[in-house]
Write a protein that binds this ligand. Structure first.
Ligand SMILES: Cc1cc2nc3c(=O)[nH]c(=O)nc-3n(C[C@H](O)[C@H](O)[C@H](O)COP(=O)(O)OP(=O)(O)OC[C@H]3O[C@@H](n4cnc5c(N)ncnc54)[C@H](O)[C@@H]3O)c2cc1C
Length: 395
């Protein structure tokens, strides 16, 4: 039988993981991205154990572990009160922890894996539509016809029919040199109610660099962004220091508004990942706020499930049905959890912050809550890997 011909729209986490995994099972793969030189956007993220499992399966686990920072704990305080304390080890002394990485490191490792597997990557191709096995580009050109079109265009995918709902809060992000009195194995946050949040995350280093980095973020409403830009940067730094004085050495590395990038968040879950034109993976199927730190992991799991389904089913229709079945419940569970948890950390709601501090935080310390929360954060609830083989696809 001739190999499947697959077009992948989008050269992000989901697209590159699909490219590497599907090439490994013999498909001919072309990845299209609008950027002239595909590159990651943003600062850092936490890869959970389930996401690391997929990177291991595509042969990139060792490379990403060499660059990232192991994360053992998520920790947050509101005033003197500890309101977030999730330890990966609550699932068991030897249970795997998370790995925090610079987005650039994850991108490079996946890009290398896709190229090494033999995927073809076409840059400078802005996708505007799909149909009849082809992609249509903004310059009026069309791709050749493929057996399958995969939509990995992210949260703002023009191929995703249901619009994403913008969330009121996003965040300012910066990648800074690692410094200060922070735990090198923890995501640390400080809150004022749910209105203000500042966070520091060790993210390891970029390929070819020796300096360790930190991701620094400050929660900000979309509607407050212009006012923030109009405020002198030193006044804003004063606000951050007032909430968490220990951030001073990180703030010293920020001298202008342009040193920070504003990331807006959105929430959307398509009822299913299949349409007549394409199959969706990653944020084009399900995007949300990063409070639970699952987006990149879910994108990796989607790619793994799609490759597994194409390998184990006898025809394309059966494989796409199997892909949807493998992922549906895990995605619904995590999208719902993200939707519920987000207002406790990013909202104007005093009630949500009160619930977090007075009800949720004490309850979270009572067994079996610590193990359950750790499993939630590790991406393991709903057994996302259960039905899939854990062997390497041998890229
Ligand atoms: C600030 C922030 C923090 C986050 N923190 C975490 C975390 O800690 N852990 C975690 O797991 N996840 C986190 N996430 C979520 C995670 O980044 C996303 O879920 C993940 O990147 C989704 O991957 P994707 O491949 O679906 O989309 P993307 O990574 O967004 O890739 C989409 C690709 O498509 C390309 N593209 C877009 N439109 C077009 C077009 N029209 N034509 C051609 N190409 C196009 C883009 O250039 C890009 O290369 C965070 C997200 C944000 C914004």
């Amino acid at each position: 039988m001739r190999p499947l011909e697959i077009a992948i729209a989008g050269c992000g986490v989901a697209g590159l993981a699909c490219a590497a995994l599907l090439r490994a099972r013999g498909a001919r793969v072309v990845v299209y991205d609008k950027l002239e030189a595909p590159r990651p956007v943003g600062s850092g993220l936490i890869l959970q154990p389930v996401g690391l499992h997929v990177l291991d399966a595509l042969g990139a686990g060792a490379a990403i572990r060499a660059l990232g920072a192991p994360i053992k704990r998520l920790y947050g305080k509101s005033g003197a009160r500890v309101v977030l304390d999730v330890r990966y080890a609550a699932r068991g002394k030897h249970a795997p922890c998370g790995l925090s990485v610079h987005r650039g490191a994850l991108f490079q490792v996946l890009y290398d894996a896709a190229l090494a597997a033999g995927a073809q990557i076409e840059a400078g191709r802005e996708v505007i539509a799909a149909g009849d096995g082809r992609l249509r580009f903004a310059n009026g050109a069309e791709s050749p016809r493929f057996d399958l079109v995969i939509d990995a265009l992210g949260a703002r995918s023009p191929l995703s029919r249901q619009p994403h709902a913008p969330l009121p809060f996003g965040a300012l992000w910066a990648s800074l040199d690692w410094t200060g009195p922070f735990d090198p194995h923890a995501l640390e946050q400080r809150y004022e109610a749910a209105r203000k949040m500042v966070g520091v995350l060790p993210i390891g280093r970029l390929p070819g660099e020796s300096k360790d980095r930190a991701a620094f973020f400050w929660s900000l409403q979309h509607s407050a962004y212009e006012a923030w830009r109009a405020t002198p940067i030193e006044a804003w730094k004063g606000d951050v220091r007032a909430l968490w004085p220990e951030t001073a050495p990180l703030l010293d590395q920020i001298s202008a508004h342009g040193d920070l990038v504003f990331a807006s968040y959105a929430h959307r879950t398509l009822r299913e990942p299949l349409s007549r034109e394409c199959v969706h993976v990653g944020d084009s199927w399900h995007c949300t706020s990063p409070q639970l730190g699952q987006g990149a992991n879910m994108a990796l799991l989607d790619a793994f499930a799609l490759a597994h389904a194409l390998e184990t089913q006898s025809n394309l229709d059966a494989a796409l049905g199997e892909y949807a079945r493998l992922r549906l419940w895990h995605i619904r569970l995590y999208q719902a959890a993200s939707f519920l948890f987000t207002p406790a950390y990013q909202s104007e709601s005093a009630a949500a912050a009160w619930l977090r501090d007075i009800i949720m935080a004490p309850l979270s310390r009572l067994p079996p809550a610590p193990a359950l929360l750790a499993a939630l954060v590790a991406g393991e609830l709903g057994a996302p890997l259960g039905a899939m083989e854990s062997r390497s696809l041998g890229v």
